[in-house]
Design a protein around this ligand. Structure first.
Ligand code: URA
Length: 232
């Protein structure tokens, strides 16, 4: 594949812009500046340097972000900055999308990809991919609330009961909740249904993927592939 074509596939601009980037000497492979846009390269495992920034070539983009509070998972945010504003231009140009949304005040593990089939699979309730939330509540969490969350609760405006795959207290007012669906405001509505109130919400796991401890709020990183989330 031609070098400029690889850059184009990664979201670095129009074909013409990518050719210009290479010709201007902004692109390197293994530390060697390549200024021929038509140089043939193998994209498999290729790591580019673009304007000094390391860019591992990925056919499909799949990244994990530690979502900070105060950001909306929307391309057209209404009240707060968008999580997409935290991404570099090439990923935005590739139109990566969040795999399900987190509320503006929710923090933690957010997956983003440009693979529509993955988004569909991982947001489908039929796929039963577990999502783990660390919840801080206004009132103490008691055994009866945990039992009701596990047995299933009915949400306002939704006749079909929803149940937590797991619900365990982690402190007087905190719990860890595992859900396999992703209904609108599901954690907040489930806690409200058992007479409590969510005051802090953090997603710590999605499928097999645990939020990396060294990923600071607002940071993101590439994932090796879908198997790190869903090994089935
Ligand atoms: N449930 C909620 O209520 N909010 C989220 O952001 C995620 C799950």
């Amino acid at each position: 594949m031609r070098l400029a074509q690889v850059l184009f596939s990664q979201g670095f601009g129009t074909r013409r812009e990518c050719e210009g980037l290479v010709a201007a000497g902004f692109v390197a492979i293994d530390g060697r500046v390549c200024d021929d846009p038509f140089e043939e390269v193998s994209p498999e495992g290729l790591v580019l340097g673009v304007r000094g920034v390391r860019w591992p070539v990925h056919d499909q983009a799949l990244i994990v972000m530690n979502k900070p509070a105060g950001h909306e998972c929307s391309q057209k945010p209404r009240h707060h900055p968008s999580v997409y504003s935290l991404l570099p231009a090439p990923l935005r140009r590739r139109e990566v999308q969040a795999v399900g949304r987190l509320d503006e005040d929710t923090t933690g593990l957010l997956l983003l990809t440009d693979d529509g089939a993955l988004i569909h699979r991982w947001t489908s309730p039929k796929h039963h991919l577990p999502k783990v939330y660390e919840v801080r509540c206004k009132h103490p969490v008691d055994a009866s609330q945990l039992a009701r969350l596990r047995a299933g609760v009915t949400l306002v405006d939704d006749p079909v009961p929803v149940r937590a795959a797991a619900a365990e207290a982690t402190g007087d007012c905190t719990l860890s909740l595992t859900l396999t669906e992703g209904k609108y405001h599901q954690v907040k509505r489930m806690l409200a249904a058992v007479g409590n109130r969510v005051e802090g919400l953090h997603r710590s796991r999605f499928g097999a993927l645990v939020l990396p401890a060294d990923l600071a709020p607002g940071q993101w990183r590439w994932l090796d592939g879908p198997a790190s989330v869903d090994p089935r």
